[in-house]
Design a protein around this ligand. Structure first.
Ligand code: WQD
Length: 340
C-alpha cells in the first residue's frame, strides 16, 4: 500500500510517517518546507531504515499535486499540510482560509481526477469551541472560536458534503487534542518557526534557557489549581492513531470522525511540575492574565476511537515530558554543531 502524506515533514506528519513505514506502508511526502526542514527526511529514514519518496511541492499549485499522482499509484492520502496557529489565524485569516481550505480543495480535486478516494483529515479539538460538555464526545456541536478552528469546521463540512455526493469516498476525520512530546530517538519533534504558541515548546525553551520566563495565562479558572486544563496526548500515540485510521479506511466506506485524546485533563501547573520532576530542571514562570479565547477545560471522551479503531493512547504525561526535553536538548546540540 502506498500512501501520500501531505505536510509529512512537519511535527505530526513526520511522526506519522515513521509509524506508517514501520507498519510496512510505502510513504510519499509532499511538503513545501514552510514549517519543516528537508533534513527531517534523513532522520525519518534513520529511525525506520526505510526510504520515503519526497516532493518539495505546494498544495496551492495543482500541477505539484498532479505530478505526485501521475508518478505514484496512491492508495490513500493523509492530509496534514495546513497552518495551525490560533494566534496567527486571528491576525491573518485569509492566509488560513487559503492554506486550510482552498489548498485542501486542490488536493481533493486531484484525488478525484486520479480516482483515489481514501482520505484522512487532520482536524482539531478547536472545532468544539468552549461550550462543549466535558469530557467531549464526537457528538458535541462544533462551534469554533477562531479562524483556525473555523477552517477545521469548514473542512469537516466540506468532507461531509463530498461524501454525500459520492459514496465511493472513504474518509476518516481525526480531531486532535493537545499533541506534545517527541519520538524516543530524539531525532524528530516539534520545531516551530519563530515564537511557539503552544505550552510545551515554550516550557522546553525556558528549561533550555532559550527563554527566561514562561507566562501562565490565568490561575483563576474553576479548575484543580486555577490554571487551564487540557488533554495532552503523546505525538507517537497520535501517530499510531493514524495507522489505525488508515486500516479503517480500507475496511469500510463512509465518513467517520474520532477524537484522538487520552481522556485525561492536566492543568498548566501540573504540566510544569511534572516536567520539572521528570527532567530535574527548573521552569521559571509568572502568572499573568487569561489569554482571550481560552476555554477553562478541554479534554476528550476517547471511547469511540477505542471501540471502532481499537486504538487508545498509552504513553504517560511523564513520557511526554521526558521525550519533549530529550528532543529540545538534541535540537540545541544539532543547531550548535550545525548537524542535520
Ligand atoms: C495549552 C494551555 C493555555 C501558552 C491549541 C489549539 C489547538 C491545537 C493545540 C492545533 C492553555 C496555557 C499556553 C503559554 C500558558 N492546535 N498556556 N502559557 O490553546 O489548548 O490548543 O493548540 O490543532 O487547536 O487551539 O494549546 O498549548 O496554546 O495552551 O499558560 O505561554 O497552556 O492557556 O491552558 P491550546 P496551548
Amino acid at each position: 500500500m502506498k500512501v501520500l502524506v501531505t505536510g509529512g515533514l512537519g511535527y505530526i506528519g513526520s511522526h506519522t510517517c515513521v509509524e506508517l513505514l514501520q507498519n510496512n506502508y510505502e510513504v510519499v511526502v509532499i511538503d513545501n518546507l514552510s514549517n519543516s526542514e528537508v533534513s527531517v527526511i534523513t532522520r525519518i529514514e534513520t529511525i525506520t531504515h526505510k526510504k520515503i519518496i519526497f516532493y518539495n511541492g505546494d498544495l496551492s499549485n495543482k500541477s505539484d499535486i498532479q505530478q505526485v499522482f501521475q508518478q505514484n499509484e496512491i492508495d490513500a492520502v493523509l492530509h496534514f499540510a495546513a497552518s495551525k496557529s490560533v494566534n496567527e489565524s486571528l491576525k491573518k485569516p485569509l492566509k488560513y482560509y487559503k492554506n486550510n481550505i482552498s489548498n485542501m480543495i486542490n488536493l481533493l480535486e486531484a484525488m478525484m481526477e486520479f480516482n483515489a478516494k481514501k482520505f484522512i483529515f487532520s482536524s482539531s479539538a478547536a472545532v468544539y469551541g468552549s461550550t462543549a460538555q466535558q469530557p467531549i464526545s464526537e457528538l458535541a456541536t462544533t462551534k469554533a472560536m477562531n479562524p483556525y478552528g473555523e477552517t477545521k469546521v469548514i473542512g469537516e463540512d466540506l468532507l461531509n458534503d463530498l461524501y454525500a455526493s459520492d459514496s465511493e469516498w472513504s474518509i476518516v476525520v481525526l480531531r486532535y487534542f493537545n499533541p506534545i512530546g517527541a519520538h524516543e530517538s530524539g531525532l524528530i519533534g516539534e520545531h516551530p518557526n519563530g515564537t511557539p504558541n503552544n505550552l510545551m515548546p515554550l516550557i522546553t525553551q525556558v528549561a533550555s534557557k532559550k527563554r527566561s520566563l514562561l507566562y501562565v495565562f490565568g490561575n483563576d479558572y474553576n479548575t484543580i489549581d486555577g490554571t487551564g486544563v487540557r488533554d495532552y496526548i503523546h505525538v507517537v500515540d497520535l501517530a499510531k492513531g493514524h495507522v489505525s485510521a488508515v486500516q479503517k479506511l480500507f475496511s469500510t466506506h463512509g465518513l467517520h470522525t474520532y477524537n484522538l485524546g487520552t481522556g485525561e485533563g492536566y492543568s498548566v501547573l501540573e504540566i510544569i511540575n511534572t516536567f520539572e520532576k521528570v527532567n530535574n530542571v527548573n521552569i521559571h514562570y509568572e502568572i499573568v492574565d487569561r489569554r482571550a479565547g481560552d476555554p477553562a477545560v478541554c479534554f476528550a471522551n476517547p471511547a469511540k476511537a477505542k471501540e471502532e479503531l481499537d486504538w487508545s493512547a498509552e504513553r504517560t504525561l511523564e513520557d511526554m515530558c521526558r521525550d519533549s526535553w530529550r528532543w529540545e536538548k538534541n535540537l540545541e546540540n544539532r543547531i550548535l554543531t550545525n548537524k542535520n
